[in-house]
Design a protein around this ligand. Sequence first.
Ligand code: ADP
Ligand code: MG
Length: 488
Amino acid sequence: MSLTAGSTAVGASNVGRPFAKLVSRPREIVAVRCSLNYGVAAILTKLQKDCATPLPVLRHVADAMAADMRAGISVDGGSDLKMIPSYVDTLPTGNERGLFYALDLGGTNFRVLRVQLGGKAEGIIATKFEQVAIPPELMCGTSEELFDFIASALAKFAEEGGKFHLPLGRAREIGFAFSFPVRQTSINSGVLIKWTKGFTVSGTVGEDVVACLNAAMERAGLDMRVSALVNDAVATLAATRYWDEDVVVAVILGTGTNACYIERMDAIPKLSEQTSISGIMIVSTEWGAFTGCLPLTEFDREMDAESLNPREQIFEKTISGMYLGEIVRRVLVKMSEVGLFGGSLPEKLFTPFALSTPDMCAMQRDTSRDLEGVGSILYDVLGVNSDLCARRVTVDVCETIAKRGGQLAGAGIVGILQKMEEDSRGLIFGKRTVVVVDGGLYEHYPQYRSYLQEAIVELLGSEISRNLVIHHSKDGSGIGAALIAAAN
Ligand code: ADP
Ligand code: MG
């Protein structure tokens, strides 16, 4: 099997749908079929200006990302970026054997996975995985409720052993991919720093999440123990490294976002006491918390102020799947107040998070003449009636927010590569380098993906970009967690 869902040499590919500017459309259509008023036009123009990501802005973001990484890795609290050492210094080699489980707690779904490894000769013999949606009430319940739910799903999954074999007398080993910021203290322990992505579960912050899971597994009567705790980015890096040793960075673009990379131990001043035989360690940047010089709008500021975690995770709120649709909705609300949808101001339009990022993406993919698909989504999801003009404006808003998100994500990736290049002189830009990306946003949003790639090419130039491969990995985090459990 392969984790690869597609890879692109960045220099080779480019943007999808051209940036649809209202002004560039034939005048008579605008005149005959549209009733764009000045208020709406002014909001759109200001939005496009505030969200603009010309090269100097992207360069600034990349430089700031590199500088923040350096500051954060020197000393705890040194920057917005926590730069958390993962304690993963043994990457899978392919020699691992046995039956391993993994649990992947993302922001929307949680996955359980079982993998039978047969060493160099047999590789991955079998895998089985199941995805469970996290019930919304558990995202704001108690720690025990959440972990009991996870443990019971895991118990059910583990019962169906099938053709998987476990030597007698051995507890099942599980790799735990946990995609929230954790202060890791060893490969199998870590304290939750804070919840993100809309979670407000009580009683977990400050606790060791491995202990929480172990306790829940005990309550469920499960003979399992966590042998590795990793976040999804770290797990994705480890999984893809199993197949391709040029992978140096892994990025998650799903509900939330994060990125990690392979760092030399001697370049991690805050771990100067720690030794590592391999001389390397995966470091999780926790880049969702980045704030440096981002092009933000009044809509971002309002969304942030009303969020469960105000003034935190600003980069995440600008580029990740949980938030893009909501930013668009907020722009549409303001436009509706100056008549975008005639007089109609239904309640749904004013409901936070009513418009999802997949809705936004679907609207951008509508190529019909009358934008009927856009019209139905606006009606079904937000309850508004729209004419062609309102639909076009809506698509332009989606385009603006997706472009900014994709381009900033691309600039962030360049920032990480820049930091690595500065330290290694030629080991990154002088040879084939692979950045692996996982997550539903990157996977399902082609325009976003194109803008991300476009920013990388712009920043690095076509020469260097040719050596850079952006590799899409699907569900690598689960397998990676199992592989790390195996390697440790
Ligand atoms: P998690 O972050 O929970 O691990 P995923 O990686 O599966 O989850 O990503 C889910 C996110 O991907 C959703 O929150 C959504 O924002 C985004 N997404 C899913 N489908 C689409 C789509 N068709 N278009 C755009 N974004 C999508
Ligand atoms: Mg995930």
